[in-house]
Ligand binder design. Sequence first.
Ligand code: SF4
Ligand code: SF4
Length: 455
Amino acid sequence: MRGIKLDGKKDPTLITWTIKRLRQPARVRIALRQGGRDLAVPCVRHDDSVKAGQVIALPADDFSTPLHASVSGKVMAVGTFAHPFLEDAQAIEIVGDGRGETAPGVGTERLGWESLDRAQLAPLFRQAGLVTMDEAMVPLHVLAQESLTARVRTLVINLCEPEPYVTSEQALAMSHALEIIQGAEILRKAFGAEKITAVLTEDKIQAAELLKSKIYFLKWGHVDVRVLPLVYPQGLDVPLAETLLERKLKLPAEWHRGGTPQDKGLALHRVFRSEGLEILNGASAFAAHEAIVLQKPLFERAVTVGGECVMEPKNLWAPLGLSFQDVFKAAKGLMRDPAKVIAGGPMQGRFQAGLEAMLVKGIPALLALPPEAAPDPAASACIHCGLCIDVCPENLSPVMITLASESGLYEEAASWNAADCIRCGNCTYICPSKRPMDALIDRAIHEQLNSESRL
Ligand code: SF4
Ligand code: SF4
């Protein structure tokens, strides 16, 4: 596959056998919409006492999931707060009492969890608030229900974690390999898949060997581990599916049109499923294990706090709803003002306007980068170097698409197969003229879709 050997900037000292737990925070704000299309309605009132894992909001419709308190304390308010991916969003604010108490039953092994069947698992996923642990945050009960009318042959657990700096998933694989494999088996049953393939890139050999040893111990012949070359964007779901299927995928208009991260994610999962695949990351498998085996709803996640501006970069378990300011404080704070704060990785993550936003389920990392690591030079004219063509994993000609887009020739951009772009960011990253490739490609695709819908 064409791509880039990125400087991973993955700090090996962060990939440890344990992930640190935060002291109980003073305050969390849990967003009622996590990914955009979902919505939960508060079922607690001002001054109610809550414990971690207790339901604090009920799903507003069949798509949505309940939300759970991530700390013990008192409910202070339902207000409007900064959201990392959406416009400002309503959230339930809880002031922590520092006791770290959990709701009854949370963390207790569920008797007979091994024999739960497909019909029983989807409602349990929903009760636990499980979603895909990426920016899309698609509820797992929705994916499980949709898979009833499809034939999913392989559940793919994507542990490639391709973005620079981000190591929370690798740390999870090192510290909880058995739980990830057992969680994957729970997901395999829920989706009716025949087998599981865990995929990692070659920089994660130790984690791959660890997973293999757990599979050998369990004697599960239907689970295998594949190690792929370290070429970005290999670890993104679309190129990964194309590698496994050995052919290109046709991306749907719904995915290009945008909408909420959940709308886009759902469209992609439907494409994968039509090819017999379901693709989830390791954090999703781990969360399924926690929910089904230990009756622990999704109220915290592993997060990398990194970037050159962070005093002590680390991976940690962070309660959902923690403000970004408090997440950085847990890593001893910022030693200098960051030029960019990013929720996620530098290639595909979302730039943040400040530190007020709250942690939601789909954020694997929070980065604070200085100007030299995130330069923002002025764009200049194309020098026709061809580098963007060399690194495009979809064999496109980004230069021709963007030149056409710049001139308003959207049909011409379409004739260069702009709609096959998977938004990996490679052309933007490599362009020596620092042209806004991603924005120009987006514009070309949207304008073409709009003109088609007007016909
Ligand atoms: S054109 Fe699209 S797929 Fe190709 S490198 Fe650019 S962003 Fe990636
Ligand atoms: S990498 Fe940039 S400068 Fe080079 S051909 Fe592509 S658009 Fe032009």
